[in-house]
Design a protein around this ligand. Structure first.
Ligand code: ZN
Length: 532
């Protein structure tokens, strides 16, 4: 009976989904997936999952075959085996090898097709089947960056976004969480339960998710009509509900600051994710010991910010991941600055600057790192997070709060539900500010390093002034403003630096040792000061 229902849904979707353009796909991509329907069966006896995936897609080119990503079962017995692929109830020829399934079916550009794939196996990764800290069996999706195709046939790239339905059949003692809104929970014979979650917004596969475990669930409340919920292990119910309730204050801050929340609920879930937090759309997963962690508020602020940046607006390619991580880091800074004050922001920026400089000593590479074309885990580095946040902070300082937030809001409004790259963001800042930022983006995002200054300070007794000799010692020159003050007089003097050598006569009749460079923590740089 489920097969018939699935077949009908495929046909309806094929006809009903209308998109004016493949907004999220990369130029030259052969297909654009528009909708996934995943039917997943789990059990308590073994780790085999059975799947049926109905994939509705639009062709962007004429083709004789279609490739999808899916890891095939290997010698260890882990991976997925496809049993059959059908369209309109008819079996199609296919070939499965390595990490691809090829469907032999000719199609023309702009045609829509829906393929149903029946498969099963033990996931090698992507769906983590194990036991939690309390010894109970759990199933948690953990797809980032491209681990979804360990358990879901899909186009496992951030640029191909699609809506998704998860139908999960599991022993009835479990609670099931996934993206979107819960449509139904149906008790089936054999102590099983079928749970249907529906996400109508287009998501990249990296943030599609299910979680199946014994959960205690807290309905924290509504924020702008959005239900906020906590899913924690029953043993952690009291501290978990207390800690995860922080989401209720974080969500309205971002809605006010950036724009409307893109999804229909926000669930915060204790899980087995390998990351500290994983920003699955509308169902954020946190590491098991996040409950009771002193950093939980900042962690939640980071993951909730990703709902705007990473999930709703997704980088077109992994190399632009700073549009996710740099944004989530800086939005967290803004949230904490608003709550705890400017010194908290300064402290975080100062720590971040140290991390960036330490990272550059190990790996000297631009933020938009085109050298990384696989092993995307290495992009989870201080360039993507802390340097990304610094680049936003310096833009804010240069353009002012109002223009900065206008550009961020416009960027979100224009790319919500779709994909963007670094140039798309630059254009938003240029439109909001009326100034060209090509040089700024080039030097901070496409050039490795930061200004390293050798500053020689000399007190001129006759002129009663301090003379600075400033040298940029890094290889490529940067253009930036350097702010200088003294401890006694906090008035800030700003100097434009762009040459290899800049000599400045300061208007201070003060001794040299009271100079402070960048007192507001507004420049990503480091320096050595020498007194003459
Ligand atoms: Zn993040």
């Amino acid at each position: 009976m489920f097969n018939l229902k699935r077949f009908l849904i495929c046909l309806i979707l094929g006809a009903a989904i209308y998109r004016p353009e493949a907004k999220g796909q990369l130029p030259g991509a052969p297909i654009d997936v528009e909708h996934y329907r995943f039917d997943i069966q789990l059990n308590d006896l073994n780790d085999v999952m059975k799947g049926e995936a109905a994939i509705s897609l639009k062709y962007l080119q004429n083709t004789s075959s279609t490739q999808l990503d899916l890891i095939k079962q290997d010698k260890t017995g882990k991976g997925m085996l496809v049993e059959w692929i059908k369209e309109n109830g008819k079996k199609l020829h296919f070939f499965q090898d390595g990490d691809k399934v090829t469907i032999y079916r000719a199609a023309k550009a702009n045609q829509r097709h829906c393929y149903v794939i029946k498969y099963s196996g033990i996931p090698a990764d992507g769906l983590v089947i194990s036991t939690n800290i309390f010894g109970h069996r759990t199933f948690f999706g953990d797809n980032w960056p491209n681990r979804a195709h360990n358990w879901l046939p899909c186009v496992d790239l951030p640029a191909d976004k699609a809506s998704v339905d998860f139908y999960v059949t599991a022993p009835s003692h479990y609670q099931v969480i996934a993206n979107g809104l819960k449509v139904s929970d149906i008790i089936l014979p054999g102590a099983l339960k079928l749970t249907h979650w529906k996400e109508v917004n287009s998501l990249p596969t990296k943030v599609m998710v299910i979680g199946v475990a014994d959960f205690a669930i807290d309905h924290v409340g509504l924020v702008a009509g959005i239900p906020v919920e906590s899913y924690v292990y029953p043993e952690n119910k009291t501290p978990g509900f207390r800690d995860y309730a922080a989401a209720k204050a974080i969500l309205p801050f971002y809605i006010k600051k950036i724009g409307p929340y893109a999804y229909q609920k926000l669930a915060n879930v204790q899980s087995k994710t390998r990351f500290g937090g994983m920003e699955n759309a509308s169902a954020i997963f946190y590491f098991e010991k996040s409950v009771g962690s002193p950093d939980i508020e900042a962690l939640m602020a980071h993951e909730i910010a990703h709902q705007w940046f990473g999930d709703a607006v997704t980088e077109k390619k992994w190399q632009h991941i700073w549009l996710s991580e740099g944004f989530a880091t800086y939005m967290t800074d803004l949230y904490l600055e608003n709550k705890y004050g400017a010194d908290t922001l300064k402290k975080r920026l100062d720590d971040a600057r140290r991390k960036v400089i330490a990272f550059e000593a190990k790996r000297f590479t631009p933020v938009v790192d085109t050298a990384v074309n696989d092993n995307y885990m290495q992009l989870l580095n201080a360039n993507s997070y802390e340097k990304g946040s610094w680049i936003l902070h310096m833009l804010r300082h240069q353009l002012g709060d109002a223009v900065f937030m206008k550009a961020i809001s416009n960027y979100y409004k224009h790319y919500k539900g779709a994909n963007a790259n670094t140039d798309d963001l630059r254009r938003e800042f240029e439109d909001a500010s009326g100034i060209s930022l090509k040089a700024y983006f080039k030097q901070w995002l496409y050039t490795a390093g930061h200004p390293h200054l050798k500053i020689t300070s000399r007190y001129d007794v006759d002129r009663k002034s301090t003379v600075l000799h400033i040298e940029q010692t890094q290889e490529r020159l940067f253009e930036f403003s350097l702010e200088i003050a003294t401890r006694a007089k906090p008035a800030v003097h700003t100097y434009a630096i762009k040459q290899r050598i800049t000599d400045i006569e300061l208007p201070f009749a003060l001794a040299q040792d009271v100079l402070t460079f960048d007192p507001g923590v507004n420049l990503l740089f480091d320096y050595q000061l020498m007194l003459n």
